[in-house]
Design a protein around this ligand. Structure first.
Ligand SMILES: [Zn+2]
Length: 138
């Protein structure tokens, strides 16, 4: 892998087993499942976060481990933004076609994720589209 990062705002996380402490290399031991966790709540710098989550099995103790594999931070958008503006910013961090079932939005029930995204697209607040239950960003 190239040491050059695509974006300065991307941060790779070390994954370790919460039970035995073993560090899990996601290339050697790929996750059985991944999903995108969208956090529309801004951090202290006023940025929303997209976290790529993975579900792993510890090769040493066989414990199941849910861990953040990568975090992508949005631009600083400051305070005073409405919940809706924050949500739009956060969903816009999705850069690749993603099945709706692999998208989790904090504060939104899983059954409503597709609907919430569709409404923002319909209103012209967000680009992209949903096709066959897959969100396709532009
Ligand atoms: Zn372990």
């Amino acid at each position: 892998m190239s040491p050059k990062k695509k974006k300065g705002k991307e941060r790779k996380k070390k994954i370790s087993c919460k039970k035995c402490g073993r560090v899990i290399d996601p290339i050697e031991h790929p996750p059985s499942k991944t999903w995108q966790l969208i956090s529309p709540m801004p951090d202290k710098e006023g940025r929303v976060t997209l976290t790529i989550m993975g579900s792993f099995r510890c090769p040493d103790c066989n414990a199941s481990v849910r861990a953040a594999m990568k975090k992508i931070k949005g631009d600083e958008i400051g305070s005073g933004k409405s919940k809706k503006e924050l949500l739009i910013q956060a969903v816009n961090l999705l850069q690749e076609p993603t099945p709706i079932e692999q998208i989790e939005i904090e504060g939104v029930s899983p059954a409503s994720v597709g609907k919430a995204i569709q409404i923002m697209i319909d209103r012209g607040q967000m680009s992209g589209k949903i096709e066959n239950e897959v969100f396709l960003p532009n």
